[in-house]
Design a binder for this molecule. Structure first.
Ligand SMILES: Nc1ncnc2c1ncn2[C@@H]1O[C@H](COP(=O)(O)OP(=O)(O)O)[C@@H](O)[C@H]1O
Ligand SMILES: [Mg+2]
Length: 257
């Protein structure tokens, strides 16, 4: 069986334009390797600016990289063309920190849930409607929400809709980039419970990105720690939390206490 995610020796840099046609190359990721088994929840933790989002964007095919990334056995790359993008979209999807930014506020929930199906040519309005209805139920929203507009929803409800949109094509892997960082504690707990429930019911693998090591420990079975674009330590959550080996991991733990 293919691993959900294999990241091998990945490096990535941004080209920063300095004006007057001058450019500099800003290295971000340095020789990153990481694997996620099918149905596994892996945490990626590190301070702001360490490169977590950039790694997520490489995995999603949004950023160029050197090295190799495969998702369920298929190689990811940016600029791969429509057919390749569609193939990858069935393997990996993302949920971001700010659901309001990723959902069109004027659209109705049902329309948004059906959109990935329309893009991917799932034919039949009745079939799309049925699958959107199932998804509402799966993410814990009453059927009446189908006809609500996004701007009428609470932040937690919006995050449920963006999770639903991410799941419409049945991907095996979700990149969840700080998915609860903009939510109040009680709403954050509900969304984390939803992720865990989906993980159990669908066998979904998750790369859970967060700056909060305590949260990652609580939620994930394995953890990778990123410092300045390198993974400095990774292992079973329990081991890493109880006896952190790298000084940076120890520092993150201290910071949380
Ligand atoms: N589009 C971009 N162009 C140039 N630099 C960027 C860009 N996006 C992020 N960076 C830089 O890359 C580094 C890592 O950012 P990011 O991956 O967002 O880290 P994290 O998610 O861990 O906070 C930061 O120094 C950030 O300023
Ligand atoms: Mg980030």
């Amino acid at each position: 069986m293919n691993n959900s995610l294999v990241v091998q020796n990945v490096s990535s840099a941004y080209t920063v334009r300095k004006g007057f046609g001058r450019k500099t190359v800003k290295p971000i990721l340095n020789d990153v390797s990481l694997e996620i088994a099918p149905g596994e929840i892996c945490g990626l933790v590190g301070e702001s600016g360490s490169g977590k989002t950039t790694l997520g964007r490489c995995i999603l095919g949004l950023v160029d990289y050197e090295g190799e990334i495969t998702v369920d056995g298929m190689r990811q790359r940016s600029g791969g063309g429509t057919a390749h993008r569609r193939e990858m979209a069935r393997r990996v999807q993302a949920v971001f920190q700010d659901p309001a930014a990723s959902l069109n506020p004027a659209k109705r929930v049902g329309w948004l849930l059906e959109e990935p199906l329309r893009i991917h040519g799932v034919s039949g309005a009745a079939e799309r409607r049925r699958r959107a209805g199932e998804m509402l139920d799966l993410v814990g929203l009453d059927g009446a929400y189908r006809d609500r507009r996004v701007n009428e929803l609470s932040l937690g409800q919006k995050q449920r809709v963006s999770i639903g949109c991410a799941l419409m094509l049945n991907p095996g892997l979700i990149i969840a980039d700080e998915p609860v960082s903009s939510l109040d504690v009680s709403i954050a707990a509900q969304i984390l419970n939803l992720f865990r429930d989906l993980h159990e019911r669908l066998g979904l693998a998750l790369l859970f990105i967060s700056h909060n090591l305590d949260l990652v420990y609580w939620f994930c079975s394995r953890i990778a720690v990123m410092e300045k674009g390198r993974i400095v330590e990774q292992g079973a959550a329990e081991d890493l939390y109880r006896s952190p080996q790298h000084p940076y991991t120890q520092k993150l733990l201290e910071a949380g206490r």
